[in-house]
Design a protein around this ligand. Structure first.
Ligand code: MCA
Ligand code: AMP
Length: 464
């Protein structure tokens, strides 16, 4: 059973889930999620506006109980992105919360106090659990089709790596529409049966007050905690602090270890592959390195000619991964699927890495400057450029990620035109999503281009 702790035979606990001021016991959760399942059973696919709320928890659990694939939609989604996700995914209704503009879909509310004790048969493990939208270097986000089997395999491998058990209390405040917060945080807890606490936002003081044993955060969150001595020291009583979604800077690793007494566990993955590499609860946690392949995962480094690169801690290659946690392809995009996954099941991560003789991995960077990681969010430069070009005051636009102490990278848009910078920031926030807005818009006379007319982004990144 994918959500094993929602088995009626499980012991009840009074506080299985805490979120947005609501506390759900395990039996509340089973009863209310099964009531949500009854409302969607038989639907082909539904959208869930993934606000950090009990309604989202029940909608997600209800879909997985009924075997209805769901599409998590960013809570801060804007108009263009919402229209794309709803249209491309073929979702038939909103389950749980509904955005102001429902894109013509009916709304099925989730009732916190409804209860059903109907028993659904467990759907086949190869069935689709969810479709998550994620950005590429160009174009609109693609739907990543993820099976129930892949999710179960990933959570079980992580439980082994992190000694994650029902006696843990997992705390995070990350969005419930990406792998990190949703698949690992929420579904992981519902499979393993630990207490789950969502802090609403991932603020240092909220992490400090939560009294958890296992904490998840993106590097921006850990960096803010490392900058807040009181909050960091409050985490000394935790068992494991886990960082992922972007590189954890070594000084943040060191400062966190000093203040909390815990060297953070770092792990690496992607929407398409789930988490594939991690350091271990009982193994070496080396600053700047993301660890060893999880159980069942194979990795390799490939050079530009397709040859294998040695594992000598120095030779850099394109990282490929394969194993039971891989996605089933991009929805409606066989071309993109074929580009990403080869016929032997190897997924081209787009990251470059080194591996040492013991199998430890270090992520060196990304192959393309057009995939930006900001605050742990994956953001395609092309998607923001297209959005900006839709504004009447923009003639040309080029977007890059510049190094940022807080966000890892911050989105900077270079624009030729006569629009107000703040108006452009707001425009992207309204069209795409708030977290994809440029943090800086620079109006320029022209963009550096090569003889073919292609913008020279590396040159642009040197402009100050
Ligand atoms: C500012 N705001 C605006 C605007 N400007 N709102 C509308 N229009 C504008 N122009 C408001 C926002 O609404 C928000 O308000 C506030 O400003 C701050 O928003 P934001 O910039 O998002 O906050 P931040 O503090 O800069 O965010 C840092 C963060 C966030 C909290 C770390 O980046 C975050 O949650 N990152 C997590 C991403 C993640 O989970 N990635 C995992 C991907 P208000 O505060 O009132 O709401 S999965 C993955 O990568 C894989 C598989 C893996 O390995 O895990
Ligand atoms: P996403 O699909 O949002 O999960 O983004 C996946 C990408 O995040 C990967 O291809 C990496 O570039 C990056 N990433 C995730 N975890 C780490 C990590 N621990 N260190 C460096 N990069 C990471």
């Amino acid at each position: 059973m994918l959500l094993a702790s929602l088995n009626p035979a499980s012991d009840d606990i009074a506080d299985a889930v805490r979120i947005d001021g609501t506390v759900l016991s395990r039996s509340d959760l089973v009863g209310a999620a099964t009531a949500a399942a009854e409302r969607v059973a038989g639907a082909g696919r539904v959208a869930v506006l993934a606000t950090p709320s009990a309604a989202t928890v029940l909608a997600v659990a209800g879909c997985l109980i009924a075997g209805v694939p769901f599409v998590p939609v960013p809570a801060d989604v804007g108009a263009t992105e919402r229209r794309h996700i709803v249209g491309d995914s073929g979702a038939q209704a909103w389950l749980g919360e509904v955005p102001e503009e429902a894109e013509g879909l009916p709304h099925i509310p989730v009732r916190l106090h409804a209860r059903s004790w109907h028993r659904y048969a467990e759907p086949p493990s190869e069935a689709t659990a969810l479709i998550m939208y994620t950005s590429g270097t160009t174009g609109a986000p693609k739907g990543v089709v993820m099976s129930r089997a892949a999710i179960a395999a990933d959570i079980d491998a992580l439980a082994e790596a992190w000694q994650w058990t029902p006696s843990d209390t997992l705390v995070h405040g990350l969005p419930l529409y990406h792998v990190h917060g949703l698949v690992l945080g929420l579904l992981g807890s519902l499979r393993i049966g630990n207490r789950f606490v969502h802090t609403g936002r991932p603020k240092p003081e909220l992490y400090a007050q939560a009294g958890g044993s296992l904490y998840f955060g993106v590097p921006t969150v850990w960096s803010r905690i490392a900058g807040d001595g009181d909050a960091a020291r409050a985490l000394a009583s935790a068992r494991l602090l886990v960082s992922g979604s972007a590189p954890l800077p070594v000084p943040v690793f060191d400062r966190l270890a000093e203040l909390t007494g815990h060297a953070p566990v770092e792990r690496y993955g992607s929407t398409e592959t789930l988490i594939t590499i991690s350091t271990l609860a009982d193994g070496e946690r080396r600053p700047g390195w993301v660890g060893l392949p999880l159980r069942g995962i194979e990795t390799r480094l490939v050079d530009e000619q397709g040859g294998l690169v040695p594992h000598d801690a120095e030779s850099i290659g394109a990282l490929q991964v394969r194993g039971p946690t891989m996605f089933d392809g991009y929805l409606n995009r066989p071309d993109a699927t074929a580009d990403a996954l080869d016929s032997d099941g190897w997924y081209r991560t787009g990251d470059v890495a080194v591996i040492d003789a013991d199998g430890m991995h270090r992520i060196v960077g990304r192959e393309s400057v057009d995939l930006i990681k900001s605050g742990g969010y994956r953001i395609g430069a092309g998607e923001i450029e297209t959005a900006l070009l839709g504004h009447p005051g923009v003639v040309e636009a080029a977007v890059v990620g510049l190094p940022d102490d807080d966000l890892g990278q911050r989105i900077v848009a270079f624009v030729v035109g006569d629009a107000e910078p703040q108006a452009l920031t707001d425009y992207v926030a309204q069209q795409l999503s708030v977290h994809k807005r440029p943090r800086e818009v620079r109006l320029v006379e022209s963009l550096p281009r090569n003889a073919m007319g292609k913008v020279l982004k590396k040159e642009l990144m040197q402009w100050h």
